[in-house]
Design a protein around this ligand. Structure first.
Ligand code: F6P
Length: 324
């Protein structure tokens, strides 16, 4: 009987449980057994794992987080600990390791696969959607919807009090969440790290809007650009005469990463998981699952290594065209 191990690594993302469930159930359908590694790469180093069977993954498709727990394990950066991890997999007689992860985890998986004779399969997840080589990563849609819900609520206060509101959304080094949230909430200004927008232009734009009769504004700020508090305090100094109800800010933080995954995330996570197992069965090695132009495919595991995925400039330009 073939055997695979699965781990979730890096920041949790809604849809991880749906993916684990799909891996386990597809594997059992083809008579492959599955080991769940706890807390990402840490579980490999510390030999912390459990057997996963189809019953064990029942009732989790609608749950956020990950039943396997997750971590960003710094020791995995060192060869001696990767060797330990390999020894665990050897002891377990595992034929492939499935890593559900984002940038850091998939890069680490690529290094691991090059150093040791183990088939490593990457499945893309991160709410940031910034993994090069795939149009989509598990969790992004839910994070965007969580943020949109929050901004819709903040909008009520913004309009009632005629304020300027800065809302900081996640995206460590990237603006994918901010862009989609900015468009979906009709934000007046969307600031993302990939296409910098000088502060004097932000200020001028707010003044112009005010002069045209707009008495409130929402700014969506990707965390990779600046802290909401800092931006709000600069605006406070410069826009005393224009912000009728004053300036406020809100940092949405981990609210975006939690909660029940959207139908899209449950579906894509299930399809990614099942596809990974089936490609493994077909004998494919050291690949990542990728989503491109609506199609699920495989790509070599090293594809994202050292590369940066950028949002389309056109989409960014749209955020400017749609404001008044
Ligand atoms: O990578 C996902 C992400 O949520 C980023 O958007 C954010 O910068 C980071 O993780 C936060 O990580 P932590 O939960 O460790 O604070």
């Amino acid at each position: 009987m073939k055997k695979v191990a699965v781990l979730t690594s890096g920041g949790d993302a809604p849809g991880l449980n749906a993916c684990i469930r799909a891996i386990v159930r597809t594997a059992y359908y083809y008579e492959i057994s599955v080991i769940g590694i706890k807390r990402g790469y840490r579980g490999l180093i510390e030999k912390d794992y459990c057997e996963l069977d189809p019953r064990r993954v029942g009732g989790i498709i609608n749950k956020g987080g990950t039943i396997l727990h997750s971590s960003r394990e710094p020791r995995f950066k060192h060869f001696e600990f990767r060797k330990k991890a390999f020894e665990t997999l050897k002891e377990l007689q595992v034929d492939a390791l499935l890593v559900i992860g984002g940038n850091g985890s998939i890069s680490a998986a690529n290094i691991f696969a090059k150093e040791f004779p183990i088939n490593v399969i990457g499945i893309p997840k991160t709410i940031d959607n910034d993994l090069y080589g795939t149009d989509y990563t598990i969790g992004f849609d839910t994070a965007v919807n969580n943020a949109v819900d929050a901004v819709d609520k903040i909008r009520d206060t913004t309009i009632s009090h005629e304020r300027i509101f800065v809302v900081e959304v996640m995206g460590r080094d990237s603006g994918f969440i901010a862009l989609d949230v900015g468009i979906a909430t009709g934000a007046d200004i969307t600031l993302i790290p990939e296409y910098p927008f000088p502060i004097h232009i932000v200020i001028q734009k707010l003044i112009d809007s005010y002069k045209k009769g707009k008495t409130f504004s929402i700014i969506i700020l990707a965390e990779g650009v600046a802290k909401a508090q800092e931006l709000a305090s600069v605006l406070e100094q410069k826009l005393k005469d224009y912000a009728i109800g004053g300036i406020r800010y809100s940092v949405l933080g981990h609210i975006q990463r939690g909660g029940s995954p959207t139908a899209f995330d449950r579906n894509i996570a299930s399809r990614f998981g099942a596809f990974a197992v089936e490609r493994f069965l077909h004998g494919e090695k050291n690949f990542m699952v990728a989503y491109e132009k609506g199609e699920i495919k495989t790509k070599p595991l090293e594809i994202p290594f050292g590369k940066v995925k950028k949002p389309d400039l056109e989409v960014f330009e749209l955020t400017k065209k749609l404001t008044i």
